[in-house]
Design a protein around this ligand. Structure first.
Ligand code: FA5
Length: 342
């Protein structure tokens, strides 16, 4: 076995001496260490080695692999450094003092609102977490109490990957990871991009943003939910706001609510923004279902929690008075730069 490894090592050294491109080096790595690589094939022969020799032969193989891997890695580093050096030497000289002639960019209005909301929640002791855009079916559905064949899955049809994962349909998909990451008391918000197989119209996009919040502690109640939401909205709209709860349904909260805010533009008197109803439907929320807590390893006998899932595009539309969500993804700079001032 040692002879065979030495042969491969000498072959690698000889080949590397003639290699000057990173791609060739990569190809050699695959040829030796890839799935059907020369060295990998030797590992496959280990199963035929008598049991009493397996340990020793395994050691020889592993040592050989580390040595060959290091030889290739060194060459890779050498080539990468040479490529950088080459770029530095050959790069045209840029005079950074010259005017660019291009306009400066600005933050997207949705990013501005997201940052404002994050600031308010962090000032109240929340951590800001990130979520995956590609999620497991378990996290997106099952962990939040939407098992296979549950009708609630139909309301959130999404884009499925060949490996069975999904483009997440809601930020609730991150609940399981985040509740597992921390131990109660937990206060976290997690903004993120979501995807649904939707017919696009003025208020629905197939790609949109939500900002989710969870609070888990001893004796959390709906009162906590109302308090934090009112605080946040009052800071964003820069005035005291009134909210109301209507019954709602989500498999992952019990009870579930739809939270409305009294229209901050007309103080509830009626205007085009609230379609003369005086209230604006803002955000679904509720008390976290005991099974969702259990799925994250939290004992619902000891702790309770509440959660909300704010539509960030909706908040952005409210704060900018835009009436078509499609503008937010349009790249229409004339329109967007009116708001993206920071
Ligand atoms: C949910 O997605 C729940 N996960 C929210 C939740 C979280 C409830 C925690 C309870 C506890 P819903 O499908 O209603 O719920 O979406 C929440 C918000 O996302 C909506 O109010 C809306 O503002 C926004 N939203 C949903 N679908 C779209 C869409 N296609 N385009 C733009 N915004 C959307």
């Amino acid at each position: 076995m040692q002879n065979k490894i030495n042969e491969i090592k000498n072959y690698v050294i000889q080949k590397l001496s003639g290699i000057n491109a990173q791609a060739d080096c990569q190809a050699l790595r695959v040829e030796i260490l890839g799935k059907s690589g020369k060295l990998t094939e030797l590992f496959k022969q280990l199963k035929d080695v008598p049991a009493e020799e397996k340990g020793k032969v395994g050691q020889i193989l592993n040592a050989g692999k580390s040595e060959i891997d290091a030889i290739i890695s060194n060459k890779e580093k050498e080539l990468a450094n040479a490529a950088i050096q080459n770029e530095i030497n050959s790069a045209e000289k840029i005079d950074i003092t010259l005017p660019t002639g291009a306009e400066c960019g600005s933050l997207h209005p949705r990013t501005i609102i997201q940052r404002e909301i994050e600031e308010v929640f962090t000032s109240m002791g929340f951590v800001v977490e990130d979520g995956n855009e590609v999620e497991t079916e378990y996290n997106n559905f099952t962990a939040v109490n939407v098992p296979e064949n549950h009708p609630a899955r139909d309301m959130q049809d999404t884009f499925w990957l060949d490996n069975g994962e999904v483009l997440k349909t809601h930020t609730s998909a991150s609940q399981n990871r985040i509740l597992k990451k921390y131990t109660p008391p937990i206060r976290a918000i997690f903004p993120g991009r979501c995807f649904r197989n939707e017919d696009v119209d003025a208020s629905h996009e197939n790609t949109f943003f939500q900002l989710e919040g969870v609070i888990v502690d001893k004796d959390v109640s709906v009162g906590n939910l109302i308090y934090f939401m009112k605080e946040m909205l009052s800071k964003i709209f820069k005035k005291q706001v009134e909210v109301r709860l209507r019954p709602g349904f989500f498999p992952f909260t019990e009870p579930s609510f739809e939270m409305d805010v009294r229209c901050p533009f007309c103080d509830g008197k009626g205007c085009p923004t609230c379609k003369n109803g005086g209230w604006i439907e803002l955000c679904p929320c509720g008390m976290i279902h005991p099974q969702v807590l259990r799925n994250s390893g939290i004992d619902p006998e000891k702790f309770s929690g509440c959660a909300f899932g704010l539509g960030l595009d909706r908040m952005t539309m409210l704060s900018t008075n835009l009436n078509d969500i499609r503008e937010l993804n349009s790249g229409n700079l004339k329109l967007l730069k009116q708001f993206g001032v920071k």
